[in-house]
Design a protein around this ligand. Structure first.
Ligand SMILES: [Fe+2]
Ligand SMILES: [Fe+2]
Length: 381
């Protein structure tokens, strides 16, 4: 197996200088990425993959309309929401033991803390938006490259889902928040890798398992803490789709990975590890500090509560709570003498290994079906 230096381009995965040194320019309106995969036709139209067929039927009946199914008339007071986040409330920061002495932030008043909390929200929603476009493009690629007809059918429904997600996040940012951020370099490099790869399963592994697995957990965390009703409903419906998408990845790759050799699985394990580290690096969010004119390295080191490393930040850890059980189900934690399990153990992530995987969980998360059943029951009562 390759070393961290070979996979990540740095010896110590927590090296903040190296993480901050990763730059990529995603400012231009158009970005071109070479797709090296073959387009595959299949003349075998037999519906032989029952779980994928079931998922496809579910996708057809759980479609929703981003224009009419969300309460867009909701007034959103972004300043008030920002003030309720830890970043927007200096008293909360000092209760966490964060000491600002000697930093530019020591002189900040309510205005600056609200301002950075607003940037933080804009940054987070912008990365959700760009990630959704990544999913749109990657899933269109799967339609072309996967050799199975049932998977082409399902992927086609996901393309529609992702268009709707891009649409609603873009509208939310434009109408309810007040500023975009460009694609983060770490997330962008991961999307570039996924799109340029010539192997069809790597699109699934990078997008459905890693990026969408993290997104599903992130949407769930934001949904749990935000009081804003429009964003809550938007996330509930997006998560209902995302759970199906992650399940699509698990169900497809489970079959394919059972037939791979140890050497072939090693490549997938290394890819999953690199993707996990890139997704963690993305969370550093240096851009938010740069907007405030503060050196990100100083800020990030200052804002970490005393005694807390990256590996015991509960919020960051929870973001991997969907990815790890799914990788386990695919056999990628066990393969090659448990290489990936050991890597994840070092960053504290194996605690999620036995959590429910998404190929089982997705039906519980179908908020669209739940709302329709409730509406039908109310009507007949
Ligand atoms: Fe999505
Ligand atoms: Fe998705």
């Amino acid at each position: 197996m390759a070393s961290d230096a070979e996979i990540l381009g740095r010896k110590n995965q927590d090296d903040l200088d190296e993480i901050l040194a990763v730059k990529a320019d995603y400012d231009a309106v158009i970005r071109v990425v070479q797709n090296n995969a073959d387009t595959i036709f299949s003349w075998d139209y037999e519906r032989s993959r029952v779980p994928l067929s079931k998922l496809y039927e579910k996708a057809k009946t759980s479609q929703w309309n981003g224009t009419t199914d969300l309460p867009w008339e909701t007034d959103v007071d972004q300043e008030q929401l920002a003030a309720m986040t830890p970043m927007g409330d200096p008293a909360m920061l000092s209760a966490m033991g964060i000491d600002l002495t000697g930093t530019p932030m020591a002189k900040w008043g309510k205005k600056e803390w609200t301002e950075i909390a607003i940037h933080e929200q804009n940054f987070m929603l912008s990365q959700f938006l760009h990630g959704e476009q990544g999913a749109l493009v990657c899933t269109a690629k799967i339609v072309e490259t996967v050799p199975w007809i049932d998977a082409k059918y399902y992927a086609a429904t996901q393309v529609m889902d992702e268009a709707r997600h891009v649409e609603v996040f873009a509208r939310y940012l434009d109408e309810k928040l007040n500023g975009h951020f460009p694609l983060n370099a770490h997330l962008g490099l991961l999307l570039d890798d996924i799109i340029s790869d010539e192997r069809w399963d790597i699109t699934y592994l990078g997008m459905q398992i890693m990026v969408e697995g993290l997104a599903l957990a992130a949407f769930g965390l934001v949904h749990a803490v935000t009081p804003e009703p429009l964003l809550r409903q938007l996330l509930r419906y997006v998560m209902s789709d995302e759970a199906r998408h992650v399940a699509f990845g698990v169900l497809s790759l489970k079959e394919f990975y059972e037939g791979l050799t140890d050497a072939e699985l090693a490549v997938r394990q290394e890819f999953a590890y690199e993707a996990a580290v890139r997704l963690r690096d993305r969370l550093v969010a240096a851009e938010v500090w740069e907007r405030m004119g503060v050196d990100p390295k100083l800020a990030i080191n200052t804002m970490r509560p005393p005694g807390m490393s990256k590996n015991d930040d509960p919020f960051q850890m929870m973001l991997f709570s969907k990815i790890v059980p799914n990788l386990s189900k695919l056999g990628l934690l066990d393969a090659n003498k448990g290489w990936l399990r050991e890597k994840f153990d070092n960053i504290g992530l194996t605690q999620f290994e036995t959590w429910t995987d998404t190929s089982i969980e997705y039906e519980l998360l179908d908020a669209v079906a739940q709302d329709r059943e409730a509406a039908a029951a109310a009507e007949s009562a």
